[in-house]
Design a protein around this ligand. Structure first.
Ligand SMILES: Cc1cc2nc3c(=O)[nH]c(=O)nc-3n(C[C@H](O)[C@H](O)[C@H](O)COP(=O)(O)O)c2cc1C
Length: 181
C-alpha cells in the first residue's frame, strides 16, 4: 500500500523481473533518461558518474548480455536497454576524486529511475553480473568503477510489484544506526 502523501512521481514504482521484449526505446527516450541523471545533485557539483547505455539490438548490447550472471540473464536481455553505472572515485594518480562518488552515482541512478517511471517505463537496478569481466571488456579507465547495471523497459503485462514487498517502518528509519536516537 502506498504511504500517505507519497508523491505521484513515486507511486507505483517497482523493479520488474519481466520486460516486454518487443518494446523499443526511442532516441528521445534515452536522452530524457540521461537528462534526468544529468540534473541530479552531487557533492561540489563533481558529477562523478558515467552511464554506458546500449539498447537491445544495438551494437554493444550483446557484450553486456555476455557478462550477465545466470540470475539476471533470465530477464535483463529482454529489457529495452541495459546501462552500466560507473562512478569516478579517484583521479589518475590514485588520489581520492570524491569521497561521495558512490553516493552521487546512486542518486543519479535514482533520478533516472524516477524519470523512467514518469515515462511509463521501469528500471531494475542490479549487481548480478561479472564485474571484473565487464570492467576489462569495456576498458574502464583508471579511477572509474562499475557499481551496478540498470535494466530499463516496459514491464511485461502481468508483471507487477509483489503484493507483500517488505518495507521497514518509519519509526525504524528514524532510530536505526545510532545508540542515542
Ligand atoms: C544496488 C542494488 C543492487 C541490486 N541488485 C539486484 C540483483 O543483483 N538482482 C536483482 O534481481 N535485483 C537487484 N536489485 C533490485 C532490488 O532487489 C529491488 O530494488 C528490491 O527488491 C526492492 O524492490 P522494488 O525496487 O520493486 O521496490 C538491486 C537493487 C539495488 C538498488
Amino acid at each position: 500500500m502506498n504511504a500517505p502523501r507519497l508523491t505521484s512521481a513515486l507511486q507505483g514504482r517497482f523493479s520488474p523481473l519481466r520486460f516486454d521484449p518487443d518494446h523499443r526505446l526511442s532516441g528521445p527516450d534515452v536522452e530524457a533518461l540521461l537528462e534526468a541523471a544529468r540534473w541530479a545533485p552531487s557533492a561540489g557539483n563533481a558529477q562523478p558518474w558515467s552511464f554506458h547505455l546500449r539498447r537491445r539490438g544495438e551494437e554493444g548490447h550483446d557484450r553486456l548480455v555476455a557478462h550477465l550472471a545466470g540470475s539476471s540473464r533470465r530477464w535483463a536481455p529482454d529489457a529495452s536497454a541495459l546501462v552500466v553505472n560507473l562512478a569516478r572515485r579517484e583521479v589518475d594518480d590514485g588520489l581520492l576524486y570524491s569521497e561521495f562518488a558512490d553516493y552521487d552515482l546512486g542518486q543519479a541512478v535514482a533520478h533516472m529511475t524516477v524519470q523512467a517511471h514518469a515515462m511509463s517505463l521501469a528500471c531494475r537496478q542490479f549487481r548480478a553480473f561479472d564485474l571484473e569481466g565487464l570492467h576489462n571488456r569495456l576498458g574502464v579507465l583508471p579511477g572509474w568503477h562499475i557499481l551496478t547495471m540498470t535494466a530499463i523497459g516496459v514491464p511485461l503485462r502481468g508483471d507487477t510489484a509483489p503484493p507483500a514487498r517488505e518495507r521497514r517502518s518509519i519509526v525504524d528509519l528514524r532510530t536505526a544506526g545510532v545508540s542515542s536516537p
